[in-house]
Design a protein around this ligand. Sequence first.
Ligand code: 4NP
Length: 167
Amino acid sequence: MTENKQYRILFVCLGNICRSPAAQTVMEREVARQGLQHLVECDSAGTYSGHTGEKADPRMRYAAGRRGIDITHRARQVKSDDFERFDMIVAMDDSNYDKLFRLAPTAEATDKIYRMCEFFGKRFSRDWSYVPDPYYEGSEGFELVLDMLEEGCVNLLTRLEPTLKDK
Ligand code: 4NP
């Protein structure tokens, strides 16, 4: 990771092989589309360490690849330094969100924790309050997650624009 980016976003799920590496890569594409790559850095991590070092799940890589999204991240577990390094930490579901609150080293650090569903728009905000875990699902589960992340990441970046302009 480069050290000079001015705003850092960490996406977090359980295993860091399905939802959060997809969120990271969807957001990186959106950041690049908007020409903000010099300002925004994205990364992802899991609350569970069991997949550390692995590439994203092949089903997620396949589904994302069909949308032109190339996920190259290797899984890692969230660590307490992440609360210093990142400006925003975005949980995929309530379980990840609660775990992040328990891991946060200080009360101020908890101000950085968000839920991905806070950025859902017209399509998903009414019926969904989390990004569902696709690990035990069929291919539709992966498509649904990608649809949610594409909508959420666009909205998240729009929400950040005033902050980035101040940088
Ligand atoms: P993720 O999906 O949290 O979106 O990466 C999962 C990956 C692995 C497991 C559960 C969910 N697992 O139980 O190993």
